[in-house]
Design a protein around this ligand. Structure first.
Ligand code: GLU
Length: 285
């Protein structure tokens, strides 16, 4: 069977300026695509219209141009609303989705998450009476969640490939994830898998902070009959004081390095050579 040509993507959200960790993901994905004669996509993950800003999209383009990483294709996620909705409808028609009326505070209280931790949804609205939930959904704003246990029953056990290693996927770790947010009508997990398949992405390169999203994304791929890409989660870069790099730290953005006169292509080349596995590390410019 002919395998698809290698395609990778860099998928930043324009909610702030990119930092060195983003440049690293982009450089690894770009090098992987180039070495295989494949394609490297830029996907602007702008579905969260409450937080994304056009000026950050503009800086993403400028930062990548400065690094010398030029995408072969660009996909803007907000242009894909119909495809996201079609996927949501499909899962709803399978009877695997339900409306959720909980607020963030409700969920945190019910899940008793430790302070600051991301609460796993305890399933409060999963067992609402169906007629009552449908009636409420007509009148009240709500999110739509995936019934993960029922979905897993339908697909059976799943694996994803981390590099060449088959890895068992346990989607229950993330709980009944949001397929469509109350405020924006779509959710990251669903949009990501639908758009990865649309671009025929074969290899997903991203930081290991997104590792926990992978079992759920594998489940959504299986439900929607989408191909299973290979994943390459890399370790994270740390600031000099050992903190994780964050978009809010202005001094460590690519924009700041660009303004400081650092040579972008040499930086990208050095990052692409950095071993992706091992403990998180401080990168010295
Ligand atoms: N947009 C996500 C982020 O900026 C990345 C999503 C992904 O690579 O799947 O963290």
């Amino acid at each position: 069977m002919a395998s698809s040509p290698t395609s990778t993507r860099f998928a930043p959200s324009p909610t702030g300026r990119l930092h060195l960790g983003h440049a690293w993901s982009a450089a690894i994905g770009h090098a992987l695509a180039r070495s295989a004669g494949g394609r490297w996509w830029l996907r602007i993950e702008d579905i969260d219209t409450t937080r994304c800003r056009p000026e950050f999209t503009a800086t993403i383009h400028q930062d990548l141009a400065w690094l010398g990483l030029i995408p072969d294709d660009v996909l803007v996620q907000t242009s894909r609303r119909d495809a996201h909705q079609a996927a949501l409808d499909r899962i709803t028609d399978m009877g695997l989705a339900y409306p959720c009326f909980c607020t963030r505070a409700d969920i945190a209280a019910a899940a008793q998450a430790p302070h600051g931790a991301q609460a796993v949804y305890p399933g409060t609205c999963r067992n609402l009476d169906r007629a009552e939930a449908t009636a409420r959904a007509r009148a009240e704003p709500h999110a739509i969640r995936l019934n993960v246990a029922a979905a897993v029953q339908r697909t059976g056990p799943l694996h994803w490939r981390e590099g060449n290693t088959p890895t068992q996927a346990d989607p229950s770790i993330a709980g009944d994830i949001v397929l469509a947010r109350k405020d924006i009508g779509v959710g990251y997990m669903l949009a990501a898998v639908v758009d990865d398949a649309h671009a025929q992405i074969t290899d997903i390169v991203r930081g290991r902070d997104l590792l926990d999203a992978t079992p759920t994304q594998r489940l959504l791929q299986a439900l929607l009959d989408l191909p299973a890409p290979r994943y390459h989660h890399h370790r994270l870069l740390l600031a000099a004081d050992g903190r994780r790099l964050a978009k809010r730290d202005r001094a460590e953005t690519l924009h700041a390095l660009r303004e400081a006169g650092i040579d972008g292509p040499s930086l990208a080349a050095r990052l692409a050579e950095l071993p992706p596995h091992g403990p998180d590390l401080v990168f010295h410019l």
